[in-house]
Design a binder for this molecule. Structure first.
Ligand SMILES: C[S@@+](CC[C@H](N)C(=O)[O-])C[C@H]1O[C@@H](n2cnc3c(N)ncnc32)[C@H](O)[C@@H]1O
Length: 292
């Protein structure tokens, strides 16, 4: 049984990076009236209480959403203000108490014609997910392992869409298994966008995932990384990564505009945002290092 609980980490800098990438991808899908389907392979509980014992133990949110929360009115970056509005809508009292996970942000951004499929394995998170989303007829919750569930559920009847893969990497072979899962899903649903989150840790296991993606045969893969700390050899996460397969047009320029500003807000003078094509039009490691 996996023991990971996202409550310890909700709203940290990695969630901020992940959810901003998600917002940018949603914005591309929202440009057309045609419906789309969002698939969340590792949904978590959906809404997180930052006053819980778990969140208070680590207080990771203080270095993430805690730093951006007050910038709601100050930003002229559309994606950032849309994301912060999503957080604000759960905190009407003006005190930062609840943080929206990826399913809740998606719920806020879906239109009547759009659909979402949420997959979650952990019984506790699954129970919360059902409670939080059962009244929304656009959303279906699946208590299943995404390693069999994703391939079984795609392609959905609505053929435009986005898949988020956001595991806890408790199992070290996940860095490779995830790429095999994306390749299998892509064979069935080739035009979907796949967003794969990964941690940047001193052990650098994410290199396995990046290498496997580069050799996967997938044709367009953009990597976005947000760095907020010096590499700490004691093992802490120093950055957050997102690999985007089939990024919509102008995803690179949107991230290029947004993330350096966010890096500087999270870690003034130290933070950095990096963006590069891992594979572009079928060519691995193209020379254009700074898209956008
Ligand atoms: C990092 S959390 C997800 C956070 C969520 N995506 C968000 O942004 O708010 C990872 C979640 O994946 C779940 N999980 C882990 N392995 C899974 C699997 N094979 N299939 C489905 N869910 C899984 C865990 O129980 C945990 O709730």
């Amino acid at each position: 049984m996996l023991s990971y609980q996202h409550e310890y980490h909700a709203g940290n800098f990695a969630d901020v990076h992940k959810h901003l990438c998600l917002r940018v991808l949603f914005e591309s899908l929202l440009k057309k009236e045609k419906p789309f389907c969002y698939v969340d392979c590792h949904a978590g509980a959906g809404i997180h209480d930052l006053a819980s014992a778990q969140a208070q133990t680590t207080a990771e949110f203080a270095g993430g959403i805690g730093k951006l929360w007050r910038r709601f009115e100050a930003t002229d970056l559309h994606s950032l203000s849309a994301y912060l509005a999503g957080v604000a809508s759960l905190n009407n009292s003006g005190v930062l108490r609840h943080y929206p996970g990826s399913p809740e942000l998606a719920r806020q951004w879906l239109r009547p014609q759009d659909r979402a499929l949420l997959l979650e394995l952990h019984p506790q998170a699954q129970q919360a997910l059902k409670k939080n989303f059962r009244s929304d007829t656009r959303i279906s919750v699946h208590n299943r392992d995404c390693y069999e569930g994703l391939v079984a559920l795609v392609p959905p009847p609505i053929r435009r869409g986005l898949v988020l893969l956001d595991p806890s990497y408790e199992l070290k072979n996940e860095y490779r298994d995830l790429v095999a899962l994306v390749v299998a899903a892509h064979k069935r649903w080739g035009n979907a966008i796949y967003a794969i989150w990964y941690p940047l840790l001193p052990a650098a296991r994410h290199n396995e995932l990046v290498k496997a993606l580069a050799n996967s045969g997938l044709h367009n893969i953009l990597l976005s990384e947000l760095l907020v700390k010096e590499i700490d050899e004691s093992g802490g996460m120093y950055g957050s990564g997102m690999a985007i397969v089939n990024p919509p047009w102008q995803t690179d320029s949107a991230l290029q505009t947004l993330l350096p500003v966010v890096a500087n807000l999270l870690a003034p003078g130290r933070g950095a945002a990096q963006l590069r094509w891992l594979v572009q039009d079928g060519v691995a490691n193209p020379t254009a290092k700074n898209p956008g």
